[in-house]
Write a protein of this length. Structure first.
Length: 345
């Protein structure tokens, strides 16, 4: 009889945690994009003792003014103006995906460290050019694949790496929500559900299982689907033999939820965000796991990590290449939906 180990949301000890007392410098932050994620990251940077948001720009001046008012930051009319501020050390790119390329390349050329919202870019060509620009400039760069900072996902990665489920063979993931407002629902700007939403899961799978080999997907045709509805089912085959089924929906009436199962020859991990104790490990061996509350928001954790990397002059846990690999899977899924064939990576 399998034993079920209930795990509450756990943030494991972070290897990068360092006493802020060791640092004296205050890093100045500029925000490009005053929409939803611009607001989230402004709040995060303001909670960190070593950063201060000093500048905001957005194509919507009123949105920029509202966000700047919260922190006392200066509003710039455009990206060039913000980047001309010599006091800015870090820039957070929080624009619609289609504008990531221009913002990141300009910021790299200005010699400022960059935190960019996911996905990396709208196309692979743009993504590759962005990484070249960052490397040439010698600045720190990280894309916000925030699942790696969610305690449930970090704990699951640890369980897989420790052999708790034996040799992994199958992963099934679902990410379900309402159809988003604004530019997210515009395929040309966001890449739709497969690029904007499911890239979370593709990055997590790559993190756990390594190189993907082949992608096949079915989804609603952008021209024929009902208004304010999107759905995709993606099959990813990994070089180590793992088969992943990834389901995404922008069709449920309200709310959001995610769930997954990861099975190996020694056990199974399942997760459902709707449960009080969402992470469960099923094994043939009896054992115990200590429970621990969530320490802080994953969005704050990713910013804390990036800032510490800037201060300590080390590379972020999520590399630019990681972000590019996740982008490859997402765009392969989009291509597969359009052509009806499997795409080899």
């Amino acid at each position: 009889m399998p034993v079920i180990l209930r795990l509450r949301s756990i943030i494991p000890p972070r290897p990068w945690t360092t006493s802020w007392g060791e640092y004296r410098a205050m890093l100045k932050v500029g925000i490009i994009g005053a929409g939803n994620m611009g607001r989230v990251h402004t709040s995060g940077f303001e909670q960190l003792s070593q950063t201060q948001v000093v500048a905001v720009t957005d194509t919507n001046p009123e949105a920029a003014e509202r966000l700047a008012h919260q922190t006392g930051a200066k509003v710039y009319p455009d990206v060039a103006g913000l980047l001309s501020d010599a006091d800015i050390d870090i820039v957070a790119v929080c624009t619609p995906t289609v504008h990531h390329y221009d913002a990141v390349v300009q910021t790299a050329r200005a010699g400022k460290h960059i935190f960019c919202e996911k996905p990396l870019a709208r196309t692979l060509e743009e993504g590759r050019k962005m990484l070249c620009a960052v490397e040439s400039a010698g600045v720190k760069f990280m894309v916000g694949h925030v699942l790696r900072f969610f305690p449930e996902y970090r704990r699951t990665k640890e369980l897989i790496d420790s052999g708790s489920v034996g040799r992994p063979g199958i992963a099934r993931l679902s990410r379900m929500g309402v159809f988003p407002a604004g530019w997210y629902g515009d395929f040309q700007q966001s890449g739709g559900l497969t690029l904007d939403l499911l890239i979370h899961d593709f990055d997590f799978l790559n993190w756990c299982f390594g190189k993907p080999q082949r992608v096949y997907a079915q989804g609603l045709n952008q021209k024929e689907r009902a208004e304010h509805v999107d759905y995709a089912l993606v099959l990813v085959r990994y070089k180590n033999g793992v088969i992943a089924h990834v389901e995404g929906s922008w069709a449920i009436p309200e709310g959001w939820y995610t769930k997954f199962e990861i099975a190996g020859d020694g056990g199974l991990i399942d997760f459902d965000s709707r449960k009080t104790a969402p992470v469960t490990l099923h094994t043939k061996q009896r054992g115990t796991v200590q429970e621990s509350p969530v320490e802080e928001s994953p969005y704050l954790s990713e910013l804390r990590h990036f800032v510490e990397c800037v201060l300590q002059n080390r590379e972020p846990e999520i590399t630019g290449q990681d972000a590019l690999e996740a982008l490859k899977v997402s765009l392969a899924a989009v291509e597969s939906i359009q052509c009806g064939k499997a795409i080899t990576l």
